[in-house]
Ligand binder design. Sequence first.
Ligand code: MRU
Length: 340
Amino acid sequence: MKELVARSLKYQAGKVQVLDQYLLPHEETWHHCESVAQMKSLILTLKVRGAPLIGLAASLLVAYLAQQGHSKAQLSEAIDELEATRPTAVNLMHCMRCLRTALQQHEYVRAVIAEAERLFEEDCALCDRMATLGATLVEPGDNILTHCNTGALATAGVGTALGVIHHAARQHGDIHIWVDETRPLLQGGRLTAYELAQWQIPYTLLCDNMAASLMAAGKVDKIFVGADRIAANGDFANKVGTYNLAVLAHYHNIPFYVVAPVTTLDMSCASGGDIPIEQRAEGEVTGVSGSFGSCQWAPKGAKVYNPAFDVTPAALITAWVLDTGIFYPQDVATGRLGTA
Ligand code: MRU
């Protein structure tokens, strides 16, 4: 068995530990994870979150269960249950599909473990390639706006959109990042701000609804965001609020880039309309709770609309930065999105 260590996921001596992202940035608490029920709960409560990380954490748990002697039927059931936790991020489905194939092999225990470990290592390599390619789009002095958290916390490597920012900052030194706080669960305000501070990259935090006036003031040069699923026509789903940014970027003539590994492409979705969108609990919008306590501000019984993601149409995207290359609208129109 390999020893695999990422910023928010550890696999050592065959055991799985995850960093509790709900308690960040004030508390770094690691959870040992030994059952499907526990991993499902960690994913559903966003303690384990970020499209690539969800798939990898679930995969390593299946590898752990295989070592523990779970039968083929039990492993198959575990894969089905884990796959059903969050419906939008296709990386989870991709990982579970790979494990299902491994499970068909004669020596399935060895095959499942090897496949989970391979998926982790592959994600590190994909992140590095995206970050290196994406950094070529950044110029010294750029002010970059980003949304949600797409960094090392959300992947096994350096991240997707935030990975680009990491590599660009190492190359140019003098870039500055505008961080959308990302309502309702504040992945930007809590996690992206935390990662940028640790990487010593200058940033300024803003409420999501301040982006329009910031762009109008000419203070945003480029936008980089991640993706949870990209359809064949280039439309993509990402954290709710991404579409707002794309519309605003179009109006203000600001380049808008989406960064994701090829494992985020879902050619079975012809367009964004085919991507299932996760709806989340009302309590995430009617109030707030965290390590600081909880508070409810909306009146009792308030009706809530809380989709976790929205879909940005391809027409608003300047380029798709994948690990296989940078793709422009003409590539998408000719069916070359994702091809090396
Ligand atoms: O609900 P989350 O926090 O899992 O949503 C995460 C995002 O939307 C990210 O932008 C996405 O996973 C892409 S990159 C890691």
